[in-house]
Design a protein around this ligand. Sequence first.
Ligand code: 523
Length: 131
Amino acid sequence: MSDRVVVAGAVYDRGRLLAARRSAPPELAGRWELPGGKVEPGESGEQALVRELREELGIETEPLERIPGEWPLKPGYVLRVWTARLLSGVPAPLQDHDELRWLGPGEGDAVDWLEQDRPAVAEAVRRLPGG
Ligand code: 523
């Protein structure tokens, strides 16, 4: 059976990248991630990303580009990441997160990222528009 895909967004606004601190489950709480979640049956990765960012943060976004690569998560799950542009809304930690931070070009290492997110974060920081 193929792995279940978890999508995450490197959300950009005004030259900054959005980081989200997880509040659950206990083993991930306190660590920072690119926000997202599991793709549901019948959804594309981009559709799942737009839905998850709306549900978790209350924002509307436009996926831009897939960051090449795929990173293993817990057994049976892999992570895929897209850059995305904030279209509207102010991100708020509605579900799964307890803090949000916008990181500027020099601040990619300012938070304690989940290990599995680090390669995509590094690439997302390199691609920061206007950075
Ligand atoms: N990760 C992860 N990094 C990352 C995301 C979005 C998710 O390592 N950037 C991991 C954390 C979980 C798994 O992927 O082990 C599923 O992510 P989760 O819990 O955010 O997915 P949801 O929101 O779809 O989960 P349910 O509410 O349980 O459906």
